[in-house]
Design a protein around this ligand. Structure first.
Ligand SMILES: [Zn+2]
Length: 410
């Protein structure tokens, strides 16, 4: 955590400034606080391995006391949700410096959510959200200071980081997701562990863009959170909420859904506009433009399974945004891990292979852009470069056959 983050943070309960406590627990590296305690007028919160944890529950308090007693490893393991054996395995894997995001996920989240995260960079929801933030982020006024709320392990944070002038604040209630974001997915981000069912621990009017992708239906205190998002965006900020599950359509793991009209009404002071996700995904797959002039009424959204909500006082946002070719690589070029690769001489055959039947059922729409099988005249063993793929490179990137992933991803 950089000390400058304290200018943005406020206690979620009493609203006062958080100060770094000068005690034995403090571990600093220049302006970076790795371990320490933050105090406000009502409470104290730990900074654990660089991440402020602005939650007041038993588990957080126990971790803070372990850290203050000099048991930092124990404090970290408890917030990662790991017992001693798993924490030992994670520690051993990280020792060599070659462990990947997937290696760490295998230990921290060896379940369906871990699977979902590994394949996140090409799932249809992410593809839509990424295209939207790139369209909005093309204008620097909107991306001076960005927050990715309920940002999980930082996949969209990574994209926002490419567009933003400041480190992107990524907030989530799950410490382990933020820890992975900071370490692997979105290095340089500013993670803040906090609960979106409570007041958000930030100064009013502090973000030019407030993004919340996918997670809003899972929040119980929607009215509170909507008010908080409006508070953070202030008069001039943009609110972007891709993929809101509608209660009028079918969704896998839908959460506690509302109707499109109810989502709109929660953000009424910012005059939000709604878009059908099927329209937007059609635009994305057409590779020409994403059309934000085509908002719909709740009635027009009908029983569409999900909608996207955008609120902005910037009229220039609500127009057609030309699709851009993939830019320079931000990380490593790799074949989408949904493909099984068979290399024969100079030819490689790729075959779509879903990790689980459940994944295929929920995200089968990837077939709209990932071919079932394809053959490439390329040697895919070893590090990949764009020039290996010649004229097909741009198309392979657009279709997500090739991905630009963080180093040491999988
Ligand atoms: Zn307080």
């Amino acid at each position: 955590m950089d000390l400058s983050l304290l200018d943005l943070l406020r206690c979620p309960f009493c609203g006062t400034h958080l100060d770094l406590v000068d005690n034995e627990a403090l571990g600093r590296d220049g302006s970076q606080v790795i371990w320490g305690v933050l105090g406000c007028q009502c409470c104290a919160f730990p900074v654990i391995d660089g991440i402020p944890v602005l939650i007041a529950d038993e588990a957080t308090r126990a971790a803070m006391h372990a850290m203050e007693d000099g048991r930092r490893d124990e404090a970290l393991a408890s917030l990662l949700g790991l017992g001693a054996p798993a924490a030992g395995r994670l520690h051993a894997r990280l020792q060599g410096g070659t462990a990947t995001y997937r290696d760490a996920l295998d230990i921290i989240s060896p379940d369906a959510e871990g699977t979902y995260f590994v394949y996140r960079f090409s799932d249809p929801t992410f593809v839509l959200a990424e295209t939207l933030v790139r369209a909005i982020g093309a204008d620097r006024r909107r991306t001076t200071r960005v927050i990715d709320l309920c940002g999980g392990s930082g996949h969209l944070t990574r994209v926002l980081g490419e567009l933003s002038a400041q480190p992107v604040v990524v907030a989530d209630v799950y410490y382990w997701k933020l820890w992975l974001a900071q370490r692997f997915t979105a290095p340089g981000c500013a993670p803040v562990c906090c609960d979106a069912n409570h007041p958000l621990p930030f100064v009013a009017d502090s973000f030019s863009t407030v993004v919340l992708s996918d997670a809003f239906p899972y929040i119980w205190h929607k009215r509170l959170l909507a008010g908080e998002m409006l508070r953070l965006a202030g008069k001039s900020g943009t609110i972007l909420m891709p993929h809101l599950h509608s209660s009028l359509g079918f969704n896998f793991s839908a959460g506690m859904t509302l109707t499109p009209a109810a989502y709109r009404d929660l953000f009424a002071p910012a005059q939000p506009r709604l878009f059908r996700d099927s329209d937007l995904l059609g635009d994305v797959l057409g590779h020409t433009a994403i059309d934000l002039s085509r908002d719909v009424t709740p009635e027009q959204a009908g029983d569409e399974p999900s909608v996207t909500l955008v609120a902005s006082r910037d009229p220039d946002l609500f127009r057609k945004h030309a699709a851009h070719d993939p830019g320079a690589l931000a990380g490593e070029l790799r074949v989408n891990p949904l493909y099984r690769v068979e290399q024969r001489g100079v030819q490689a055959t790729l075959t779509l292979a879903f990790p689980t039947p459940e994944y295929e059922e929920e995200f089968g729409a990837v077939r709209r852009y990932l071919p079932e099988t394809l053959t490439l005249d390329a040697d895919l063993r070893g590090a990949l470069t764009p020039s290996q793929f010649g004229a097909t490179y741009t198309d392979l990137r657009r279709r997500r056959v090739l991905l630009d992933t963080p180093p040491r991803y999988c």
